[in-house]
Ligand binder design. Structure first.
Ligand code: URA
Length: 261
């Protein structure tokens, strides 16, 4: 079989599995669930306790946050930053994701929205907020005249996420994952240089403001990465809790007022 046919067959097999609903890689190696575990021979002496793992020399330990800071600082453009983030080797989430999701919208926009992490649709399409939550996000911001498709920075939106890779099964990102990807986010904000930031939901508040508690934080102007920041409810939360939409509306009006000086 040629390499081309091989690839085509493997791709068709993957597509078929996705159609059946398997949308996550859960292990690097196959598991034979029919294999009968070998019982130890009768009268065998009890197994010796497993040797303790050799201590890892602290001096050799890699600090992923420091690596991320160095890689992010080395990027001079958004394209270089996207490449550096994609190549960052220390976040396990990259192994299960199809795409690294970097951004959408107009990078000259006055307003930069920061979400959490790609979901299934975003992972497939390689863009942030393209699923149901994204549709609500577009609708919400259109009410104050802002859109990600706009050319003019005054009415445009720029969108990214804290994490570029989809967490398996859409689980919440872990604190360590947030910490190691935050240097990339900080550099992203620096390079895009918006006037205002809107962290959406708790994960984003954790990365941008260093704290959680979106119910208390939302609607209150604070500062993130040296810029004015207005935390808002995440649109996915609003889909589950429509009664909270009135607060989102208040926050949109506050954003509009700030933009209008
Ligand atoms: N939720 C997010 O926080 N980001 C996306 O891109 C999609 C859903």
């Amino acid at each position: 079989m040629s390499a081309h046919t091989d690839t085509a067959n493997l791709t068709a097999l993957l597509d078929w599995q996705i159609e059946l609903g398997a949308d996550e890689a859960i292990g690097d190696a196959p598991v034979n669930r029919y294999e009968v575990p070998q019982a130890p021979p009768r009268n065998a002496p009890p197994a010796a306790p497993a040797a303790a793992p050799a201590p890892v020399a602290a001096a050799n330990a890699v600090d992923p946050v420091e690596v991320a800071k160095r890689m992010a600082a080395g990027a001079g453009t958004l394209e270089e930053l996207a490449a550096a983030q994609r190549d960052f080797p220390h976040c396990e989430l990259r192994k299960g994701a199809r795409n690294a999701v970097f951004h959408d919208g107009n990078s000259d926009a006055r307003v930069m929205l920061i979400g959490e992490a790609p979901g299934r649709e975003e992972d497939i399409k390689g863009k942030p907020f393209v699923g149901q939550a994204g549709a609500l996000l577009d609708l919400m911001f259109s009410q104050i005249g802002l859109s990600r498709g706009a050319d003019r920075p005054e009415v445009a939106l720029y969108i990214t996420n804290v994490l570029p890779w989809r967490p398996p099964g859409n689980r919440d990102p872990e604190q360590g994952e947030i910490a190691m990807m935050t240097p990339f986010l900080e550099r992203h904000v620096e390079l895009a240089a918006p006037e205002l930031i809107v962290p959406m939901g708790n994960i984003s508040c954790s990365a941008c403001l260093g704290k959680r508690g979106i119910t208390k934080l939302r609607g209150k102007w604070s500062e993130a990465f040296g810029l004015p920041a207005l935390p808002m409810f995440h649109p996915a939360y609003l889909l589950r809790n429509p009664h909270a939409k009135r607060h989102a509306w208040e926050d949109l009006l506050s954003l509009r007022d700030k933009l209008n000086g």
